[in-house]
Design a protein. Structure first.
Length: 257
């Protein structure tokens, strides 16, 4: 049975800088394939400290949605750990072009040979990791190339609406997702910040109607408003299950199928 574990739930710079929530990534096991999404600061530490500990050597791949620090700081150490300290050539990295090339790539060149392969994310292509199909969805998010992700496996269709400014076609792109995870940084809409606010996240949930919606990646305004209470209110209003992830929250296939 598949599962998704939120090693960290911090979003935005202040929550990350003060570590009010952990900023580690999200670990998925789908159809027996283990995948790590967005290894932010502290990911390796959190992998080893959670109970039971997660084993980087069992990862099939790492997916980077974009190169912002809170999503990518631990990508290099996680590549090395996935490749048994660089002794083995193993694992796959999926990442946007600007995380790999250009003036300011975040993936160090010296760890790249540890990987079995590197694939550059492009919208319109479908990627395979074990029995999992991964479809990137281009998101507008500041100056960096950013992709939301849809994972399809025998456990169904899972959508990760990572950092993004809201755009009208967004709900359509995640249509049919049974589990929908939304990076909900802001309590209220702010036109100057390219992140989803709670009302926008709930608008997406309302349109997609997943079996389970998980809010995560919280900024200060969300944390101060007690996300678990906001999620409970949203569940009531929308008539479907909405939860706010806590550091270490695990959801299982039975929760969304
Ligand atoms: Zn970002």
């Amino acid at each position: 049975m598949g599962w998704v574990k939120f090693l960290g739930t911090a979003g935005a710079r202040f929550v990350v800088a003060r570590q009010l929530r952990f900023s580690a990534g999200t670990w998925l096991e789908l159809s027996g394939t283990q995948i790590l999404l967005d290894p932010g600061p502290g990911t390796l530490l959190r992998c080893r400290k959670v109970r039971p500990p997660l084993e980087p050597l069992e990862l099939s791949g790492i997916v980077l949605s974009h190169k912002h620090l809170d999503h990518s700081t631990d990508v290099n150490i996680m590549i090395e750990a996935m490749a048994d300290g660089g002794l083995k050539r193993r694992g796959v990295l999926l990442a946007p072009h600007d995380a790999l090339e250009g003036d300011d790539p975040v993936v160090l060149r010296y760890v790249r040979p540890f990987l079995e392969r590197i694939e550059t994310l492009v919208e319109g292509r479908v990627y395979e990791l074990g029995k999992v199909r991964i479809t990137p969805v281009r998101h507008p998010h500041g100056q960096v190339e950013t992709y939301g992700l849809v994972f399809e496996s025998e456990e169904g269709r899972l959508g990760f609406v990572v950092d993004t400014k809201f755009f009208p076609e967004l709900p359509e792109k995640y249509k049919g997702c049974q589990l929908l995870v939304l990076n909900t940084v802001l309590r209220e809409w702010n036109p100057d910040i390219d992140h989803l606010s709670l009302p926008e996240a709930l608008e997406i949930v309302k349109a997609v109607r997943p079996k389970l919606a998980v809010l995560t990646h919280f900024g200060m305004t969300m944390l101060r408003s007690k996300p678990w209470e906001l999620a409970a209110e949203a569940s009531e209003k929308l008539g479907l299950k909405v939860i706010a992830a806590d550091d270490g929250t695990t959801v299982e296939a039975k929760d969304w199928t």
